[in-house]
Design a protein around this ligand. Structure first.
Ligand code: NAI
Length: 262
């Protein structure tokens, strides 16, 4: 697992419990690690049991506090069990990063989309965020409030051909983030989202290994390079922190300028 040094401000999240989904690798792992290095107790959740256990162990090996739980975010009962496990392990829940997601894997003509692809993408990438939030909110309320950050995408803001199910799910995450931000403001729970561009994670790695595809992707990024997962983590930590106390329902682009150029 590639690890980039994150400068730690010490104990920004001391006393906080953070839950991160899709934490076995990529953006989720980088963010879980960043929370832990800044003092949070972190529950890493993923459907890949072996990888998420190893990810939590690697954070403990750095001297920070972390545990792992297996979850399928497309299953509400599984999300409830994930939250129950988090509260049982660490005594509460203050921060949630709902990040688990899958790529569309299509890229062809509209007629090539199968109903199965549509349902799977919506179930994991959109309903999965709702199921997590629905499970998390009672635990956060019991702690007197908290902060939720969801993972959108540049695909929450713009469309690309051949990605209808992914684009629809990620636009839905943006809408859900805004709606929930209003619904939960009275409970002291701030809800925001990040909108990553192109990041070097297991999800994008196969595409980046093809030189022409990497060149095409890079040509779309005004900053001239693909991002590192730690660069999303910093934005997530900001949104989850008291420094973002006046932000609700925001979709924060972390994309090297992809969207503004469009
Ligand atoms: P990744 O593939 O490294 O991480 C996604 C994780 O989610 C994996 O560990 C996977 O096992 C887990 N997961 C998938 N389905 C799940 C399920 N049903 N229940 C629980 N866990 C599940 O990918 P990456 O890039 O770190 O993606 C994280 C999020 O960022 C996703 O929501 C993705 O759509 C989003 N994103 C990624 C971008 C990129 O360039 N890598 C760009 C924009 C958004």
């Amino acid at each position: 697992m590639r690890v980039v040094k994150i400068s730690s401000s010490g104990e920004r999240f001391a006393g906080k419990v953070a839950l991160v989904t899709g934490a076995a690798g990529g953006i989720g792992f980088a963010t879980a690690r960043a929370f832990a290095l800044e003092g949070a107790k972190v529950m890493l959740a993923d459907r890949d049991t072996a990888r998420v256990q190893a990810a939590a162990q690697s954070i403990r090996d750095e001297g920070a506090e972390a545990a792992a739980v297996t979850v399928d975010v497309a299953d509400f009962a599984s999300c409830q069990a994930m939250v129950a496990q988090t509260v049982a392990s660490f005594g509460g829940l203050h921060i949630a990063f709902n990040n688990a997601g899958i790529p569309s894997g299509i890229g062809g003509a509209f007629e090539d989309f199968t109903v199965e692809n549509w349902q799977r993408l919506i179930n994991v990438n959109l309903s999965g965020v709702f199921y997590c939030m629905k499970a998390e909110v009672p635990a956060m309320k019991a702690c007197g409030g908290g902060a939720i950050v969801n993972t959108g995408s540049i695909c929450s803001l713009i469309a690309t051909a051949g990605q209808a199910s992914y684009i629809t799910a990620k636009h839905g995450v943006a809408g859900l983030t805004k709606a929930a931000a209003l619904d939960l403001v009275g409970a002291g729970i701030r809800v925001n989202a990040v909108a990553p561009g192109f990041f070097n994670t297991p999800m994008l790695a196969p595409a980046l290994e093809i030189p022409e595809v990497r060149a095409d992707i890079t040509s779309k990024i005004p900053l001239g390079r693909v991002g590192n997962p730690e660069e999303v983590a910093r934005a997530v930590l900001f949104l989850a922190s008291d420094e973002a106390s006046y932000m609700i329902g925001a979709l924060v682009s972390v994309d090297g300028g992809v969207v503004i150029q469009r």
